[in-house]
Design a protein around this ligand. Structure first.
Ligand SMILES: Nc1ncnc2c1ncn2[C@@H]1O[C@H](COP(=O)(O)OP(=O)(O)OP(=O)(O)O)[C@@H](O)[C@H]1O
Ligand SMILES: [Mg+2]
Length: 269
């Protein structure tokens, strides 16, 4: 089912482009805070298996906070995070990872003095017996890492280190990746590689929840997308619907969609 983009009140459940069967991840009225300052306000969204779902929004809107709450890095104040119907809100990270939900942070946080292979093996620490099969999978997705498996991770290019960070998440046995700003700092060559990788991962059965500031790139790969502003979801729809939504364009591209300055979507974001 596909419907047009729609505005939300954050206490409304989302009725949106659905996948087949029941949703894999259901976030219900999630509220989260840092130091008693509330950041997320009744965030509700649903993700079906094998979907690429995007969360976009201005700086500081709460995108990372949602991913961290789902990934077990932040205990929510209120609300439920249901994975296959089981509430994982507040579980420790390793319990969340054991259920196949893996947060992949932004940046190139590798162990620089260890080889690529050693970095990947660390990702598989929860199920050592599966490491050979997971390595096969990771090298199939990132042949570049297989070629470089003996190299010290610190000697790789920024794009290759991003590959190691993502591959470490896959080595954790992820069924669903929570990708925080995956295009940050990447050259056009690596942006294309990562877009292709995300599509391949989805084809292979993976579910992706992607957040970040590179709105065009993220919405272009998204089946379903949410705009978050001030810790509230204000808009949802398919990736292309949101990309063409005037409110989103005004909010994130900073110009009136109707002004005579050329196509705002051509602006790189
Ligand atoms: N560890 C923290 N302690 C206190 N406040 C925090 C912390 N992390 C984030 N915040 C605040 O929470 C709000 C939401 O931050 P968050 O990182 O989720 O935003 P974001 O949408 O991911 O932004 P960006 O686009 O810059 O990545 C911001 O106001 C931020 O300053
Ligand atoms: Mg962020």
């Amino acid at each position: 089912m596909t419907i047009g983009s729609r505005h939300h009140r954050s206490d409304q459940p989302t009725e949106l482009p659905a996948g087949i069967g029941s949703p894999y991840l259901v976030i219900q009225n999630l509220s989260a805070a840092y130091n008693h300052i509330q950041i997320l306000h009744n965030v509700s969204l649903q993700v079906w298996r094998q979907q690429v779902v995007a969360i976009v929004g201005p700086n500081g809107a709460g995108k990372t906070t949602i991913l961290k709450a789902v990934g077990g890095l932040l205990r929510p104040v209120r609300g439920a995070i249901l994975v296959d119907g089981e509430d994982i809100a507040g579980l420790p990270v390793w319990e969340v990872v054991r259920r196949g939900i893996v947060y992949v942070p932004e940046g190139t946080n590798v162990f620089p003095e260890m080889s690529v292979l050693e970095n990947l093996e660390i990702g598989g620490y929860l199920h050592r017996q599966r490491i050979p099969a997971l390595l096969d999978f990771v090298y199939h997705i990132f042949p570049e890492l297989q070629k470089k498996h003996k190299a010290l991770a610190g000697t790789l290019s920024g794009g290759q280190q991003r590959m190691v960070v993502l591959a470490r998440g896959l080595m954790a046995g992820a069924k669903m990746l929570l990708l925080d700003d995956p295009f940050l700092g990447l050259s056009p060559k690596y942006v294309k590689i990562f877009c292709d990788v995300f599509r391949t991962l989805r084809r292979q059965g993976m579910t992706l929840l992607i957040s970040g500031q590179h709105v065009r790139r993220i919405l272009n790969v998204a089946d379903l997308a949410f705009l978050i502003e001030g810790g509230r979801i204000t808009l949802s729809g398919t990736g292309p619907e949101l990309l063409h939504n005037h409110h989103l364009q005004r909010t994130l591209f900073g110009i009136e969609a109707t002004c005579e300055m050329g196509d705002p979507l051509q602006m790189e974001k």
